[in-house]
Write a protein that binds this ligand. Sequence first.
Ligand SMILES: [Zn+2]
Length: 466
Amino acid sequence: MQPAPDEVAPALYAGSQLTSELEAPAESAYAGLALPVTHAETAGELAPEDREIAAAIEAEAGWMTEVLARLVDKPTLLGYEEAGQGVVREALLELGLEPVDVPMDPEALHAHPLASPFDWDVSGKSNVVATWEPGEADHGRSLILNGHVDVVSPEPRAQWARDPFTAHVEDGWLYGRGAADMKCGLAAILGAVKGLRAIGLSPHAKVYLQSVVEEECTGNGSLQTVLAGYTADAAVIAEPFGGAITTSQVGVLWFNVKIKGLPGHAAESGRAVNAIENSLKMIQSLRVLEAEMNAAPPPPYDLYPHPIGLNVGLIHGGDWPSTVPGECTIGYRIALYPGMQLRDLQDRIEAIVAEAAADDPAIFAHPPEVIYRGFACEGYELPQDHPLVATLSNAYARQHGVPPALVATTGTTDARVFGLAAGIPSVCFGPYAEQAHGVGERVYLPSVVQTAQVMGMFIRDWCGLS
Ligand SMILES: [Zn+2]
């Protein structure tokens, strides 16, 4: 395989993680992170069974790229996931497994305490699960391999050099929205199982392959699979953390603040109250919360200069340049550390908004509203000495010659859903990719194969294979 171009930086997945000092100092972590794209000559450390597995999975490299390209070609934005799920069903059939739909059940989700709130229509949407049944031996540990098919908007599309929903391969990279986050991970888990099946192996316990919806906004797709009864002894989410294993992640809360003003003609500026301008003042008030939360981060987040991001992600307000806008809604995202209670954060946000309004009654004549819609989830951590981490690290180290970085991420993933809703130990591990949610999103294709190879060896070590 070709080494990655020199400009490839070790900061992965939009730089959203750091190494824990406890397990791996930054230097070796970054060496570990960089290795998946340099294809280190460590074959000598592979056991003979490893070599057989690695070769069988390498033989599926072309198929993995093809599946990934087929997935990227489907614009699986929120509400449009089904076309991508169709590709996943085809791929599962190609590797001889039966895809089963796990439809979203809005009533069950609304009633679940760990579901994120939603007000859009989820009926007709399905997660897809296939069960790789154990062979004669049935005494191993079961496993969920999970990825999400939904992607975020590629806007502004004009900044892309090419159509974001047409896969493009150049110099070993595959470009397109979702190439990184995280259709590459889906391709890797499908390719791993295809390679293992091609040489006649069966696991010693059930292995579930899952393609879920709504990871980017609620996590309710993975939650739906748990509600449908899919549990296991471990879950690995193939998010593109570039050869690092995530053991800690923050929670995320989405909230809208709706501010009312007093509409009027722009030429009579006297009495009208501008809701857009007052929304900007509210942003400043909420920045105080962000500063508070970043003042003394708990470990391992103290390794980050600014672990908690308050993102002003969307704005709806006004409709006419000559009208003072009477209403404005801003959508925010903020994170919370593992161990923090969601309700405490919501209380703090509501207090700040109420105080800001009380401080300036003339402009906030109507109390601002705080509305929760989308992510409302707490953080999740798995001890770094957990057998899942040790087993996956060991497979990685045999492949790459160095241990993987164990990382804490300042984003959230579906690993928390399995951990918090079902007590399933969960980590993320996936290919090397860049520009997730950005322009020119891309994955380094050799790292997809290497991820699949490590997954294959891990399946043998965790579940048993024969
Ligand atoms: Zn993702």
